[in-house]
Design a protein around this ligand. Structure first.
Ligand SMILES: NC(=O)c1ccc[n+]([C@@H]2O[C@H](COP(=O)([O-])OP(=O)(O)OC[C@H]3O[C@@H](n4cnc5c(N)ncnc54)[C@H](OP(=O)(O)O)[C@@H]3O)[C@@H](O)[C@H]2O)c1
Length: 322
């Protein structure tokens, strides 16, 4: 099969012929239709975080996908060949024509979504779900502040929190205000113009941090006693959390078929939707990574000011495989 591989840390991505994977008893073989690009792919490939995010080289990137089940392992009862599915990877990467994946990490693709749209869902939507409900304990009637609300994860967080009956405040660029209000935010604070802790009049129950740094530190000032600060980007100071009488934690996505299935139902009944920023063919992965790196200066030797880099749109960058 064809796959995109990285041969050395920081090296070029190559479009290669590799053996089609074989499956274990609890796995399915999926013919990939689309996969999506995540920040994590570029960080892992750069080697800058190899102590905590090691990869085995040569390496096939890709943490999420949509596709069609080609073959099932002996212990798999939930899926049959021909089923359209989507999910997160459990071993090898998804920038390939075929993927061996644990059946426990996938769900049926919502019928109203294209394969390209479906590939944009699993990482961002499950990260938002887990951040809000598993770690943030968000409930109807509460108020949540979402930092980075217009990003791929943030937009799901806004949609899911609003659907759950919470009041949603988001920090974002001012240009994103109309978009965020259209998906459920009641207030948008332009992070380039205002310090959120200076303009917020009331304290919030939950902060979901998709930005980190100083933004995370200042978040303690706006949390109610007993509130939750959940970060998807960096560890939260336990000393600061104790001093402000709140709980603070960094999450790392633990995907599950059950969570993805619930998200699939919300997509299928139109309660939430997904955004795809741009679709590239798998062979054009280098261009797709350049596009992603525009927001990640310094990673994988791509300069943010390089000419020809496309402007940012909402949603994920998707790679069309078949
Ligand atoms: N822990 C996990 O399991 C997990 C899972 C998935 C993702 N993540 C991480 O979560 C983060 C967000 O991911 P994503 O895919 O949503 O990224 P993304 O699509 O690139 O979105 C980032 C958003 O943050 C905004 N932003 C930048 N600086 C900001 C600031 N100071 N205040 C408010 N907003 C700001 C950006 O707006 P502008 O472009 O207008 O500046 C952009 O809309 C990434 O760091 C990613 O690696 C973690």
């Amino acid at each position: 099969m064809k796959a995109v591989r990285l041969l050395e840390y920081g090296g070029q991505l190559v479009f290669d012929d590799v053996p089609t994977p074989t499956i274990a008893r609890d796995e399915v073989l999926v013919q990939i239709k689309s996969t999506a690009v995540n920040h994590l792919d570029l960080v892992e490939a750069s080697g800058t975080a190899r102590q905590i995010l090691p990869i085995d080289l040569p390496w096939i990137p890709g943490h999420e996908f949509s596709g069609v089940v080609e073959q099932i392992g002996r212990d798999v009862a939930a899926f049959a060949p021909g089923d359209a599915v989507f999910g997160t990877t459990t071993g090898m990467g998804a920038y390939a024509e075929y993927l061996a994946v644990k059946a426990a990490a996938i769900a049926r693709k919502p019928s109203n979504l294209s394969f390209e749209e479906a590939a944009s869902v699993p990482v961002a939507a499950q990260t938002a779900w887990e951040g809000l409900f598993t770690h943030g304990h968000l409930e109807k009637g509460q108020t949540i502040l979402i930092h980075g609300g217009a990003g791929a994860v943030g937009a799901y967080a806004v949609r899911l929190a609003s659907h759950a009956g919470a009041t949603v405040i988001a920090t974002a660029s001012g240009d994103d205000e109309a978009y965020l209000k259209s998906i459920g935010a009641s207030r948008v604070i332009d992070y380039r113009e205002a310090q959120f802790e200076k303009v917020l009049r009331e304290k919030v129950d939950v902060v979901f941090d998709l930005v980190g740094g100083d933004t995370q530190k200042r978040s303690f000032l706006v949390l109610k006693e007993g509130g939750y600060l959940v970060s998807a980007v960096q560890p939260v100071s336990q000393e600061d959390a104790a001093r402000h009488l709140v709980s603070g934690m960094m999450m790392r996505l633990t995907p599950s078929a059950d969570m993805l299935g619930r998200i699939a139902r919300l997509l299928e009944d139109g309660t939430i939707r997904t955004d795809v920023a741009t679709v590239y063919a798998l062979q054009d992965v280098a261009q797709a990574w350049k596009h992603m790196a525009w927001n990640l200066p310094g990673v994988h030797r791509v300069s943010p000011s390089e000419p020809g880099t496309p402007h940012r749109k909402h949603g994920k960058i998707v790679l069309r495989v078949a």
